[in-house]
Design a protein around this ligand. Structure first.
Ligand code: ATP
Length: 343
């Protein structure tokens, strides 16, 4: 069987982009998994700390994300759902891996390079250096590798933006195996599972992605948005003044974004949906998209509101998940300690 691992940061209420681009794929994976497959879904609080967080908000987001996963259909009996920060095996393994990670590899990470570029642009007049950035931002790809390797995971469903990080995980698995594991392939070399990549764009600026960090709240639909909010945000979404509806992401990003959203809701391709709307107006497309999104989010929204008020239940699920995660990873770590000479 496969060992599938994926993680998501506990940052705010997920938006439609997070849901269609990432979380709904987890549910599909769970549904289509073979009985022998093991699934681990982790809420990765330690990764969230690489950026400044308000402690109270982070604590709330941590629970909200767990409630979200349950609300969208992750089944805690079938899958191991847990908070990364409840399982110290991740940090212990990350430390051990950091001792065999060449710094040059971390410097080549595009995520690091873009952080560096950002801090340069923020521009002090002093010569630019790394001193403004924290070490966690530099080393978190190692922690990601540890997240995966602690469960000796084989299959990692992530977006294309994570390809380089997964490549690092593969290298670290290889380095560890070569250096310490007499029994070759102690760590499996993880494979990227390419989930259908649907990029949902901002409703206000369809040249950029829908994102939680945009200051314009009208640009995104949250999993908790009411029926009327969904309607008004989609009705006010930026499209174009071209007559009729066609799927043309380059020239008609706003219109095409609505088609992408509607297609995701009805499990079709945007082109298929577009062919039904050729002679129709933006108004009709918007109305139908709003209805489809409402239909999609209604169940999860209601479940989310219910579950997030059941604090005792959430605490119990988190505890069970952490116990199951720890049970698996502590077996890995026991062997790792022996292999490196710390037993
Ligand atoms: P940010 O504001 O930093 O961009 P975000 O919540 O919009 O944050 P991430 O936290 O970077 O996005 O991503 C969480 C997951 O959701 C990732 O798997 C990412 O690929 C996916 N995702 C985020 N935004 C979108 C989007 N607009 N369309 C499709 N998938 C998305």
């Amino acid at each position: 069987g496969r060992v599938i691992f994926s993680g998501i940061q506990p940052t705010g209420i997920p938006h439609l982009g997070n849901y269609l681009g990432a979380l709904s794929n987890w549910v599909k994976l769970q549904r289509n998994a073979d009985p022998e497959d093991e699934l681990f879904f982790s809420i990765v609080g330690w990764h969230a700390l690489t950026l400044p967080q308000d402690p109270q908000e982070l604590s709330a987001s941590r629970m909200n994300m767990l409630a979200t996963l349950l609300a969208i259909g992750i089944d805690p009996k079938r899958s191991v759902v847990f908070h990364q920060d409840d399982n110290q095996c991740h940090t212990e393994l990350a430390w051990i891996l950091s001792c065999v990670t060449p710094i040059g590899k971390l410097r080549r990470m595009t995520t690091w390079k873009s952080r560096l570029a950002d801090s340069r642009n923020a521009g002090s007049d002093s010569e630019v250096d790394e001193s403004l950035l924290n070490a966690g931002l530099f080393t978190y790809p190692i922690l990601q590798a540890a997240d995966i390797m602690a469960y000796r995971a084989t299959h990692i469903p992530v977006g294309e933006d994570q390809t380089q990080h997964l490549e690092l995980s593969r290298e670290l698995a290889n380095i560890f195996n070569r250096t310490f594991a007499a029994r070759k392939r102690f760590f499996p070399i993880p494979t990227q599972v390419n989930t259908p990549s649907r990029r949902i764009l901002s409703l206000r600026d369809p040249t950029s992605k829908m994102s939680k960090s945009s200051p314009d709240v009208q640009s995104r639909i949250l999993l908790t948005d009411s029926t009327s909010k969904i309607k008004s945000k989609i009705q006010a979404s930026v499209t174009d003044s071209i007559l009729g509806v066609t799927y043309d992401p380059v020239n008609r990003p706003g219109t095409s974004n609505l088609l992408t959203i509607l297609a995701a809701c009805t499990d079709e391709s945007p082109e298929e949906v577009a062919s039904r709307y050729e002679g129709k107006s933006h108004r009709e497309l918007k109305a139908d998209t709003a209805d489809a999104v409402e239909e999609l989010l209604k169940g999860p929204r209601e479940d989310f509101e219910r579950i997030r008020n059941e604090k005792g239940y959430l605490t119990e699920i988190a505890k069970q998940g952490a116990d199951r995660a720890r049970e698996r990873s502590s077996a890995t770590l026991k062997e790792v300690r022996t292999m490196v000479g710390l037993s």
